[in-house]
Design a protein around this ligand. Structure first.
Ligand SMILES: NC(=O)C1=CN([C@@H]2O[C@H](COP(=O)(O)OP(=O)(O)OC[C@H]3O[C@@H](n4cnc5c(N)ncnc54)[C@H](O)[C@@H]3O)[C@@H](O)[C@H]2O)C=CC1
Ligand SMILES: O=C([O-])CC(=O)C(=O)O
Length: 332
């Protein structure tokens, strides 16, 4: 039997966590043989609700779940964790951009960065889900200097999954037959969903997406805009932001990080820019990556069209502006 690993989920009494905890505890993220100790963090007024979540986790009788620690203390929540899902933050409401959440949320990620630095394993893998996710991840890593910068990532996997689903629907093929759609940049309405390097199996034949679709107008306009605005469309319909799909995406992101990607498969993750593709350094920017031995690597040498260049520059500029705002808010 493998030794249990400690996994923390913040915002554990909230709506994303309600779906995510099930996915993790069932073994879909860390594998069917990996026992787990779940650490659940929320704020003091939510401890009653969290108690109910703890009861339900017990009632699920998950064989892999060895222990649950529910707390409002970051030092307890982050103690010895190998994986951290930072979900706890205010969600946006109808009519807001995710960036409007900076003032409310960025301070949370400073405190949690400090708590990770002090308590977590030094190889902890951190996924920031709380919005604005890219800039929150940047701030979190700044306050955890003893943990390598590569261990902090932001979630754009939901955008990737949305984009993959939309391309599959347009082509009329199963979603699993579409691969390597890329999300570049910010998890915001400036992100660039890019299917120019993606491919699909159509009637058993592997084809590039532009070749299979033969509709560059759709790929450069409707597709880009509908992925950029999908989160807002869900909020308009549900009056609450995406939760089930966000939880699924968080599980996908961490599963690939721990268990690797398939040969030739790209996944998109917000990571600290190293200047690849002419993107400024010191912002958390979503790139296509491949993962082996729990280490991600940006896919190099993809062709960037003039259109793509403009889209990358626009989303990078927004991230630089968010960084300046965030640093001002936390007084750094
Ligand atoms: N990156 C992405 O693709 C997505 C990001 N999100 C973001 O995820 C975040 C969470 O969304 P939901 O679960 O729907 O919100 P929610 O409001 O249902 O739950 C958030 C939970 O976080 C808790 N919380 C607040 N401050 C905290 C702190 N300092 N420490 C620990 N817990 C804290 C709240 O008490 C609440 O229980 C939001 O910021 C939302 O915008 C949502 C969907 C997709
Ligand atoms: O749109 C929102 O505010 C929630 C979110 O990040 C998403 O659904 O992608």
């Amino acid at each position: 039997m493998m030794e249990p690993i400690r996994v923390v989920v913040t915002g554990a009494a909230g709506q994303i966590a309600y779906s995510l905890l099930y996915i993790i505890a069932k073994g879909d993220v860390f594998g069917p043989d990996q026992p787990l100790i779940l650490h659940l963090l929320d704020i003091p007024p939510m401890m009653g609700v969290l108690e109910g979540v703890v009861m339900e986790l017990a009632d699920c009788a998950f064989p892999l779940l060895k222990e649950v620690v529910a707390t409002a203390e970051p030092d307890v929540a982050f103690k010895d964790v190998s994986s951290a899902f930072l979900v706890g933050a205010m969600p946006r409401k109808q009519g807001m951009e995710r960036r409007d959440l900076l003032a409310a949320n960025v301070k949370i990620f400073k405190v949690q960065g400090e708590a990770l630095d002090k308590n977590a394993k030094k190889d902890v893998k951190v996924l920031v889900v709380g919005n604005p996710a890219n800039t929150n991840a940047l701030i979190c890593s700044k306050y955890a200097p003893s943990i390598p910068k590569q261990n902090f990532t932001a979630m754009t996997r939901l955008d990737q999954n949305r984009a993959q689903a939309q391309v599959a629907a347009k082509l009329g093929v199963p979603v699993a037959d579409v691969s390597n759609v890329i999300i570049w940049g910010n998890h915001s309405s400036t992100q660039f969903p890019d299917a120019s390097h993606a491919f699909a199996y159509v009637n058993g034949v592997k084809k590039s997406i532009p070749e299979a679709l033969k509709d560059d107008m759709w790929l450069g306009n409707t597709f880009v805009e509908s992925v950029q605005k999908r989160g807002a469309a869900v909020i308009n319909a549900r009056k609450m932001s995406s939760a089930m799909s966000a939880a699924k995406a968080a599980g996908d992101h961490m599963r690939n990080w721990f268990q690797g990607t398939e040969v030739g498969q790209f996944v998109s993750m917000g990571v600290l820019s190293d200047g690849s593709y002419g993107v400024p350094k010191d912002i958390v920017f979503s790139f296509p990556v491949e993962i082996q031995n729990k280490t991600w690597k940006i896919i190099p040498n993809l062709a960037i069209s003039d259109f793509a260049r403009k889209m990358l520059d626009t989303t990078a500029k927004e991230l630089e502006e968010e960084r300046a705002e965030a640093l001002e808010i936390i007084g750094a």
